[in-house]
Write a protein that binds this ligand. Structure first.
Ligand code: ADP
Ligand code: MG
Length: 710
C-alpha cells in the first residue's frame, strides 16, 4: 500500500517491477485533441479569440462544450405542461393576429390558436414579419414558454403547418459575443467530423458495463446531435458519472495520499484519565457523543493523521466533545488549539473550556487580534515553552508568529465555510497535528461528500435528553405589536430576548442603519421597563465584548443584533428570538440563529417576521415553523437555493461540473464516491493500463503533489 502511494506521487510513474512506463500510443493520439481549436475547419484567429473568451482553447474543450439545455420540439399535451416550462404545440389559428408597435423596433404580435380543446394565446415579441405567415384556420406549430395563469405561450419560434418530426431536440449552448449558438453548433459539427474518431473511452470497461454506460464517443455525439429524449438522458447519465467519478477519485486520492504521506502523530492518551474526566462531567454523554468520541480517539491513536469533520446540530454538545479530544491530547503530552471565526465565540469557548479543564490542571489561554503587546508576547512565550496546554482563538492562531512547542491537535469550530485549500493550510500548521473540523451547519450528505470528500465524517445526530423544541411562528410585519407583547410576557418572567435584524449584503451601512432603527423602536416601546443592548459589526471587539457581557449578566434584557450572534453564542436565560425580514435568510442560517435560544430548561420561542413575496418564500417560512431538524432544513435549503448559495458566495471548495448537478444527480455522486474509494485502494488502479486515463487525470489535477486543488 505504501509502495503504491509513493509511486503515484513521483513524477515518473513506475510499474510494479520498478520499470518506467513510457508514454503509450494512446497518449499520443489523445494529444491530437489537445491541439488548439484553430485546427478545426472554420476557426481562424479571430474566432479562436472569441472561443478563448469562453475558455475553449483546445479541440477537446470545444467538443466538451456541452449544451446547457435542449430545445424540445416534441408535441406536448398542454394539460401536462407546468407553468413557465418550454413547450411546442400545434394549433389552428383562431381569428386574425394583431400586431402592435411601441416605438420603431418593439412590437408585439398576438394570435389565438386552438390546441386540442384549449383556446390559448400566443405572443411574439419583435418578430412582426411572422404576421403574414399566420392565416386563419390554418395550422401553425409554435415553440415557447408556457404561462399557465395567462394561458399564453411567449413564442420563440414558429413554423407554418403541422408538426414535423424531423428534429425533436436541438442543443442550446452557452455562448458569448460573436460566437452565437448557430456558430458554435457549426464549429462543433466540424470538430466532430474531423476529430470525433479520436475520442477514446476513459472509463474502465468494467464500470462501463456495470452501469451500462454509453461509450464516450457515442455519448458525446448524442449530447451535440441528439436524436431524442431517451438518448440524451443516457448520454447525460454517462457524463454525470464520469465527472463525479473523476472528481471523487481526486478527493479519494488526496485522502489516501495525505494519510500515507504525512505520518500523523500517535497520540497515546491516558485512557484512565480520559474516562475519569468524562465521568466527572455534570451530565452523561449522549450515545451519539460517545460514538463520535470513540471515532475521534481512534483516529488520534492511529498513526494516520486525523482529518475529520464533526457535524452536529446546534446544541448537540460539540464543545464537550472538543474538550475530551483536547484533554486526551494533553494527557499524551501534546498541546491543542481551538480556532473559531469570531472573537465573541473565542471568548465563550475560552470560558467553557477553562471551566471544564482547569480543575484538571489544564492551562487554557485566549489569543485574538485584540490581545496585544506584553500580554501577547507572554502568551507566545508560554506556548513555546509548553506552559500553555490549550490555545483558543480566531484566525490569529494560524499566523506565522504563533508557534507551539508540541501541537498535537487542532480543532476548528463553525468553519463550514472553509475551502479545501484553507483546510490544507491549517493541517500544515505544526508537525502533522490531528485536525478536527466542527460544524453546526448540518451539511446535506450530498454536499458533505462533495465538498468534504477527502475527509472522514462523524455525526452527532441526537440532542441531549430533555431539550424542549423551540416553538417557531411566522408573523407578518403588521403583527409586530402582538409579537412585542408576546416578547414582553417572557421578559416579565425574568427571561431575555434576541432581536435579529436582517443582513443586507450589499451594504454594511444599511445593515447598521437597520439595527439602529430597530434598537430605537424597541427603546421607545420598552421605555425604562427593560434595557436594550445593540450589537453590530461596526463595534470594536472591546465594545462587542462589553455588549455581550452586559447581556450575559442580564443587565440588558433585550439584545438587538445583526447576524454577528449567529455562531455559538450561549446565553441560556434567553428564551425569545425575533427575526426581522426572515425571508432574507437561508433556512440553515435561520436555524443557526434560532439555536441561540432553547439552551436552558425553559420553553423557548422564535418568531419569524416576514412578508415573503413568492411561493418559495412562504414555503420556506412554513418549513421553519414545521421542523427543528437541522438536517431536514439543510436538505430543503439545498433544494430551494441550489448548492452555489448554500455556503454563501465566498465558498471556495465548491467544484464546478459541466453536466452533473449535485442536487439532482446525488445518487450518481454517492455511487461514484464509493467506486472511487474502492479504486484508489486497489493496486490495479495504480498499475494497470485500464486505468491509465483516470490515473492521468488525478496526476494532472495536481492533488498529489499539493500544487493545485480543485
Ligand atoms: P453545540 O453543539 O451547539 O456547540 P454546546 O456544546 O454549546 O452545543 O452544548 C449546548 C449545551 O448542552 C451546553 O450548555 C452543554 O453544556 C450542554 N450539553 C452538552 N452535552 C450534554 C449532554 N450529554 N447532556 C446534557 N447537556 C449537555
Ligand atoms: Mg458550539
Amino acid at each position: 500500500m505504501e509502495k503504491s502511494a509513493r509511486r503515484v506521487c513521483g513524477t515518473e510513474p513506475e510499474n510494479g517491477d520498478g520499470e518506467k512506463i513510457s508514454a503509450t500510443a494512446k497518449d499520443i493520439v489523445s494529444d491530437l485533441l489537445n491541439q488548439s481549436v484553430t485546427a478545426v475547419k472554420g476557426i481562424g484567429a479571430e474566432m479562436a479569440t472569441g472561443l478563448a473568451d469562453m475558455n475553449i482553447l483546445t479541440i477537446k474543450d470545444l467538443l466538451e462544450h456541452f449544451p446547457y439545455r435542449y430545445e424540445d420540439y416534441r408535441l406536448r399535451d398542454l394539460a401536462e405542461v407546468k407553468h413557465e416550462e418550454r413547450v411546442t404545440v400545434e394549433g389552428v389559428v383562431h381569428g386574425e393576429p394583431s400586431l402592435m408597435y411601441h416605438g420603431r423596433k418593439k412590437s408585439r404580435l398576438t394570435v389565438r390558436i386552438l390546441v386540442d380543446r384549449y383556446l390559448i394565446k400566443v405572443v411574439f415579441f419583435n418578430q412582426p414579419y411572422l404576421k403574414q405567415k399566420i392565416i386563419v384556420n390554418e395550422t401553425i406549430t409554435v415553440t415557447g414558454k408556457w404561462d399557465q395563469h395567462r394561458q399564453t405561450i411567449t413564442g420563440t419560434s414558429m413554423t407554418v403547418g403541422g408538426y414535423s418530426k424531423d428534429k425533436e431536440f436541438e442543443p442550446v449552448y452557452a455562448v458569448k459575443g460573436k460566437v452565437t449558438v448557430k456558430v458554435i453548433r457549426r464549429l462543433i459539427q466540424n470538430g466532430f467530423t474531423q476529430y470525433g474518431h479520436e475520442i477514446d473511452e476513459i472509463l474502465p470497461g468494467e464500470l462501463v458495463q456495470r452501469y451500462k454506460l454509453m461509450q464516450r464517443r457515442d455519448a458525446l455525439k448524442v449530447m451535440h446531435f441528439p436524436s431524442g429524449a431517451e438518448d440524451v438522458k443516457q448520454a447525460r447519465r454517462r457524463f454525470v458519472y464520469e465527472e463525479f467519478l473523476q472528481f471523487q477519485l481526486k478527493m479519494q486520492a488526496l485522502r489516501k495520499f495525505e494519510r500515507e504521506q504525512s505520518p500523523g502523530i500517535l497520540v497515546n492518551y491516558e485512557l484512565a484519565k480520559v474516562k475519569e474526566f468524562i465521568e466527572g462531567l455534570p451530565f452523561p454523554l449522549t450515545n451519539a457523543q460517545k460514538r463520535v468520541v470513540n471515532e475521534i480517539l481512534a483516529d488520534m491513536k492511529s498513526a494516520y493523521r486525523m482529518n475529520r469533520l464533526l457535524q452536529g446540530d446546534v446544541g448537540s454538545g460539540k464543545t464537550v466533545v472538543a474538550a475530551i479530544a483536547l484533554y486526551s491530547a494533553i494527557t499524551a503530552g501534546f498541546q491543542g488549539a481551538l480556532m473559531v471565526p469570531t472573537e465573541i465565540l473565542a471568548e465563550q469557548h475560552h470560558e467553557s473550556l477553562t471551566s471544564l479543564l482547569s480543575p484538571l490542571g489544564v492551562q487554557c489561554r485566549l489569543l485574538t487580534s485584540s490581545v496585544k503587546g506584553k500580554r501577547r508576547r507572554e502568551i507566545l512565550g508560554e506556548l513555546q515553552d509548553g506552559t500553555i496546554d490549550v490555545l483558543i482563538g480566531t484566525h490569529a492562531l494560524i499566523q506565522d508568529e504563533v508557534s507551539f512547542q508540541r501541537l498535537g491537535l487542532v480543532i476548528t469550530d463553525e468553519q463550514h465555510r472553509f475551502g479545501v485549500e484553507q483546510r490544507r493550510v491549517l493541517r500544515e500548521k505544526g508537525e502533522n497535528p490531528d485536525v478536527l473540523f466542527m460544524t453546526a451547519t448540518p451539511i446535506p450528505r450530498t454536499l458533505a461528500i462533495t465538498v468534504f470528500g477527502e475527509m472522514d465524517v462523524s455525526i452527532i445526530d441526537e440532542l441531549p435528553a430533555g431539550r424542549k423544541t423551540i416553538e417557531t411562528y411566522w408573523a407578518k410585519h403588521d403583527m409586530l405589536d402582538r409579537v412585542l407583547s408576546f416578547m414582553e410576557k417572557e421578559l416579565v418572567q425574568g427571561r431575555q430576548a434576541y432581536v435579529i435584524c436582517p443582513l443586507i449584503e450589499e451594504s454594511e451601512k444599511l445593515d447598521y442603519q437597520n439595527a439602529v432603527d430597530v434598537y430605537n423602536t424597541l427603546n421607545v416601546y420598552f421605555g425604562s421597563r427593560y434595557k436594550v443592548g445593540l450589537m453590530h459589526g461596526r463595534l470594536s471587539s472591546a465594545e462587542k465584548e462589553e455588549v455581550m457581557q452586559e447581556f450575559t449578566a442580564n443587565q440588558a434584557q433585550v439584545l438587538v443584533s445583526t447576524t454577528v450572534v449567529e455562531v455559538g453564542v450561549n446565553v441560556p436565560n434567553a428564551t425569545f428570538m425575533l427575526i426581522y425580514d426572515a425571508e432574507r435568510f437561508g433556512l440553515s442560517q435561520l436555524h443557526q440563529l434560532r439555536g441561540r435560544v432553547g439552551r436552558g430548561s425553559e420553553q423557548s420561542y422564535c418568531i419569524l417576521l416576514a412578508d415573503p413575496k413568492n411561493e418559495v418564500g412562504k414555503e420556506r417560512m412554513k418549513i421553519m415553523t414545521d421542523t427543528n431538524d437541522g438536517f431536514v432544513l439543510s436538505e430543503k435549503d439545498l433544494e430551494l437555493r441550489g448548492p452555489g448559495d448554500f455556503f454563501g458566495k465566498k465558498q471556495s471548495g465548491m467544484p464546478e461540473f459541466k453536466v452533473a448537478d449535485m442536487v439532482h444527480d446525488y445518487r450518481a455522486l454517492e455511487t461514484a464516491r464509493n467506486d472511487a474509494a474502492i479504486l484508489v485502494q486497489s493496486e490495479a488502479f495504480w498499475q494497470s493500463e485500464n486505468y491509465q486515463s483516470l490515473r492521468k487525470y488525478i496526476q494532472d489535477s495536481g492533488v498529489l503533489s499539493g500544487e493545485k486543488l480543485n
